[in-house]
Design a protein around this ligand. Structure first.
Ligand code: GLU
Length: 424
């Protein structure tokens, strides 16, 4: 079922077709009728915007951006904004659907949305990045708002970018609107605990899965693809719990460190070298070798579509936790299932970020800031409860964790859709 035009080349991995096939499969497992499945699959709103930016040279460059609200039956749209040269409408649509499922899986009162601009921000000066962000925020402003759709950081966007979005929308409205975006700095309505929240959720899911498999975190060897907002704090959190990071990759390449990476030394090295490469005592490897390194746990924490059937066939780890969004292709997932490699899917494993966003938003709406400890306790409980529930249903359904999470997500969206009925 294809419910919107797409640009896919038949041989290319198309994230939109992938996610819709997963939703359809879940809908069929639940016995939903065809009309309901089609309603859940189809994005509610797709906005494409032109983003003209005056460059420092004085010339004007044109960029294209999108904001997509996939499903808002359970609450306002929620999802990040990414700035990346590979962004396209299919990718953003797929990620918006992932957000609908993710928010339903962790049972927070949101629908799913996503946005992005096709741009390589490493080519922009700070001032150009600000102008691009503000023009994009202006262009999508009719669609976003604390009760409608709440953006957040994603790939290559950070608290500074969120501040500019918050400011642009607030200036247009004529009053402060902190609840329009999450992942803000503390000084303007951000929240203690938001930074590193995705990594904390990934850590909780990793330990919970190990526990179910009667394994202890102590000495488990981990390979991580990505040393960004999620990968960097993750190394610290996993190391503190006794795990050893033996392989790491970033955009510059990959390294093997059989004795494990020291997170403090890596942070220091990275702040000077601006890359993980050259970390003292590491062996440089080909990026394709990362997941073949002798290891127990694989964690993709960068871009989508990287765990293909080929990568899955040679993966050395005996379990995988998806910190990135959409890292595994359909074929890759099938190989992992046939090899009995359990996978905590993205919509559960990396949901700590959006749960933290929910807490930040709730504080902004109430105008009442929580203490960091309360934030952390609630985040941990939400993630534990979600994992335990998915595990319980996985036992009953006897399908992989990914399919189980999809079933739970689609079930909750379908319930809300059914209760609300069809307007008019
Ligand atoms: N970008 C994050 C994600 O993909 C967070 C989204 C949010 O907080 O709205 O889950």
């Amino acid at each position: 079922m294809v419910t919107r035009p797409h640009e896919a080349h038949p041989d290319e991995f198309n994230p939109w077709l992938h996610v819709t096939s997963l939703i359809e499969k879940a809908g069929e497992l639940l016995g939903l009728d065809e009309g309901m499945i089609r309603r859940i699959v189809t994005p509610e709103r797709i906005l494409e915007v032109a983003v003209p930016v005056r460059m420092d040279s004085g010339e004007i460059d044109m960029f294209t951006g999108w904001r997509i609200q996939h499903n808002t039956s359970r609450g306002p749209g929620k999802g990040g904004i990414r700035f990346h040269p590979s962004v396209n409408v299919d990718e953003i649509a797929a990620l918006s659907a992932d957000m609908s499922i993710k928010c339903a899986v962790v049972n927070i009162p949101y629908g799913g949305a996503k946005g992005g601009v096709k741009v390589d921000p490493s080519n922009l000066s700070h001032a150009e990045l600000e102008r691009l962000t503000r023009r994009y925020a202006f262009a999508i402003s009719p669609m976003i708002g604390p009760d409608r759709d709440i953006p957040a950081p994603d790939i290559n966007t950070d608290p500074q970018v969120m501040s500019w979005i918050m400011d642009t929308v607030s200036m247009l409205a004529g009053h402060n609107m902190p609840g329009v975006v999450t992942g803000k700095p503390l000084a303007i309505g951000g929240s203690l605990g938001h930074a590193g929240s995705t990594s904390l959720g990934v850590t909780i899911c990793t330990i919970a899965l190990l526990k179910q498999l009667n394994r202890s975190p102590q000495g488990e060897r981990v390979v991580i693809q990505g040393y960004g907002k999620v990968g960097a704090p993750l190394i610290k959190l996993l190391s503190e719990r006794g795990m050893m990071i033996v392989g790491l990759a970033d955009i510059h390449g990959a390294i093997h460190v059989p004795d494990g990476i020291d997170h403090e030394k890596m942070a220091l090295h990275f702040s000077e070298a601006k890359s993980i490469m050259g970390y003292p005592g590491s062996e440089e490897i080909h990026a394709d070798e990362l997941f073949t390194l002798p290891s127990d746990i694989a964690i993709p924490a960068a871009l989508g579509g990287v765990i293909t059937d080929k990568v899955a066939e040679t993966m050395a780890a005996s379990l995988m936790v998806e910190a990135a969004n959409g890292p595994t292709t359909g074929e890759g997932a099938a190989v992992l299932t046939s090899r009995n490699i359990p996978v905590v899917p993205d919509v559960l494993a990396n949901a700590g970020g959006v749960v933290a966003s929910y807490f930040e938003w709730a504080q902004d709406l109430q105008g009442f800031m929580w203490e960091g400890e309360l934030f952390r306790q609630r985040l941990e409980k939400t993630m534990h409860d979600a994992f335990d529930y998915i595990w319980e249903r996985h036992d009953q359904l006897n399908v992989p964790l990914r399919d189980t999470a999809l079933v739970v997500g689609v079930e909750r969206i379908a319930e809300a859709t059914e209760l609300r009925g069809l307007f008019p």
